[in-house]
Design a protein around this ligand. Structure first.
Ligand code: AN7
Length: 369
């Protein structure tokens, strides 16, 4: 096992706390950086891997499930792992402007790291289709925020064209250094579990993350048998499932706005991960996504965004189909924080606060004890 998270984070003195300095600092040897790369970091990475037995019990499974909680990154999604590398490399090249198309999380992350690097950031978003918290992030971090009358795929096409002019640096995952940064999550999982899981579930939008995890797992075990590698299981929303359907979707639709993508940029990377890992890609309905979203919050106190819950809906689907053998070690990536999308949360919870007069008796009545 190569990256060796534990060995490198041992404090030099027992009473001295471990200081985590971010993905580049920790994994420089495995990333496309050199001593002369300026490190733009918000101390991303080193996120919790949390075992969720209540959730497994609630869905009737008999396996061990660990969630990689990427919402604990600085901008509350997994995008920060790739963005620290992308923005650091952009600064190394003396880029003055970074640009991305986004369903929300990439824009939040690019905007934050650009602010830190003191360079400009331009984000192209599908108008009216971005979760509220993500829009708030882009605006607060000071990105030039452009809402296009079109979907993510159209925004990405424009960004690619602008990238070709050489005037701006593209920080979407079509920029390969993004994938390099994101693969570190797989390193952390192996370090934490002491092995790779048997299965790894994750939501699939542009397919950058499934590509990155597979790269991470294969690099971690490059000197070992492939039998140590996990099977990669990806989930798309049924209204936005181009890889499952085998063709681009013109007008993708789903409640999980993060993965409302009809023509994934890393389609080939996903295909490779699925084939080489003997994996599986499938779709889940919006109703299944929202049910899993609410179940996780209530069963475990973990609040993820709807896109992340697509992976959970996939786990529930596989449990019903008996695809996960008893005793398996299963990991899933919870890609973003539930607070990013308060509108869907309030709608899904389906309850409202009980309004009462400011009196003890009135509150007691509501408690019902
Ligand atoms: C929470 O921000 O594509 O398959 O522009 O935000 O690597 O695309 C977000 C994607 C899953 C899918 N979960 O990951 C963007 C964007 C969350 C996400 C995905 C996204 P990929």
């Amino acid at each position: 096992m190569k990256p060796g998270l534990r060995s490198q984070t041992q404090p030099t003195h027992p009473s001295r706390p471990v200081v985590w300095k971010g993905v580049i600092h920790h994994y420089a040897r495995y990333l496309p950086v050199s001593k002369s790369t300026p490190v733009i970091t918000l101390q991303e990475g080193n996120t919790p891997l949390i075992r969720v037995s209540n959730f497994v019990e609630a869905c009737g499974g008999e396996f061990e499930l660990w969630l990689k909680c990427e919402a604990m990154n600085p901008t509350c999604s997994f995008k920060d792992r790739g963005m620290t590398v992308a923005v650091s490399k952009a600064v190394e090249k003396h880029a003055k402007v970074v640009i991305c198309a986004s369903t929300g999380n990439t824009s939040a992350s690019a905007a934050a790291y650009a602010a830190r690097a003191k360079i400009r950031c331009v984000v192209l978003l599908p108008h009216g289709k971005i979760a509220l918290g993500k829009l708030a992030q882009a605006l607060m971090y000071g990105a030039t925020t452009v809402a296009i009358d079109g979907n993510f795929d159209e925004a990405l096409r424009i960004v690619r064209e602008l990238g070709e002019t050489g005037l701006v640096e593209v920080v979407n995952s079509v920029n390969p250094v993004r994938i390099e940064g994101q693969k570190t999550a797989a390193f952390e999982i192996c370090d934490h579990l002491g092995r790779a899981p048997d299965f790894h579930f994750l939501p699939v939008g542009n397919a950058g993350n499934i590509t990155a995890y597979w790269k991470g797992y294969t690099e971690y075990f490059s000197d070992k048998e492939t039998s140590s590698l996990p099977r990669m299981f990806g989930y798309q929303a049924s209204g936005a499932a181009p890889i499952v359907e085998g063709r681009p979707i013109d007008k993708p639709e789903t409640v999980a706005s993060a993965i409302r993508i009809g023509n994934p940029a890393s389609w080939e990377g996903a295909a490779k991960a699925l084939k080489e890992s003997n994996g599986h890609i499938d779709k889940v309905t919006d109703a299944e996504i929202l049910a899993a979203y609410q179940l996780l919050a209530r069963a475990e106190g973990l609040f993820v965004e709807p896109a992340s819950a697509a992976a959970l809906a996939g786990i529930i689907q596989c449990t019903k189909q008996n695809l996960i053998p008893k005793g398996s070690l299963v990991a899933a990536t919870m890609t973003g924080h539930g607070l990013k999308d308060p509108d869907n949360a309030i709608k899904t919870a389906g309850v409202e606060p009980v309004v009462v007069p400011a009196q003890r008796e009135a509150v007691l009545k509501v408690i019902g004890v």
